[in-house]
Design a protein around this ligand. Structure first.
Ligand SMILES: [Cu+2]
Length: 193
């Protein structure tokens, strides 16, 4: 027989170094438990928790009209497209990312599609914007780099992030596995003076 019943009274209370390690692990678990709750109230990493149920078709239409009316145009009046690179620095060429400049203090839109974030937002440093984010199909993880702010994005919901950005180029990646193109799902926010 390959399986044996354990001997009776198999349990021996931990002692010595084993006791110390169990104590350390337990203490650390309790510290993390307290910290998890604390981060909910402290720090600037939390979203305002604002989200609304939306009809996906209506949201897509709002994104389209936002892009049309706020698109950055070149001197010939054609929309400007941004260079967006994946996390390996490779230029993504199968998608065109329109650059859109929302009015300071106003609403901006960001749409998670398969598999990219669109459009590229050009924001002014020190101005406050309400960024509406939703997804076209699956659940995605909005992850803003390099500051590492992370939010879950669900189709059918408009997640509103109120931000006052500082100057710089920020990359958006997806950190929730969402299918074949997940590893190259990227986007960009440019913040200018
Ligand atoms: Cu993903």
């Amino acid at each position: 027989m390959s399986i044996y019943a354990p001997e009776k009274n198999w349990f021996h209370a931990p002692e010595g170094a084993e006791r110390v390690w169990i104590g350390l692990a337990l203490t650390w678990c309790l510290v993390m438990f307290v910290m998890m709750t604390m981060w909910h109230f402290k720090g600037k990493q939390n979203s305002t928790g604002e989200a609304y149920r939306v009809d996906q078709t209506a949201f897509a239409a709002r994104v389209d009209s936002f892009v049309k009316s706020n698109a950055v145009l070149d001197e010939k009046g054609n929309p400007v497209f941004a260079e967006v690179r994946d996390d390996k620095g490779v230029l993504i060429t199968d998608t065109r990312f329109p650059v859109v400049e929302p009015s300071p203090g106003g609403d901006a839109y960001l749409y998670a599609r398969l598999w990219y974030w669109t459009p590229v937002l050009r924001l002014k440093a020190g101005q406050t914007y309400r960024i509406h984010i939703s997804g076209e199909t699956y659940q995605h993880g909005f992850s803003l780099q390099p500051m590492n702010m992370n939010f879950q994005i669900l189709p059918g919901y408009d997640h509103v992030l109120t931000v006052t950005p500082t100057k710089g180029d920020y990359q958006i990646i997806c950190n929730e596995f969402c299918g074949l193109g997940h590893h190259k799902m990227t986007g960009k926010i440019e913040v200018v003076e």
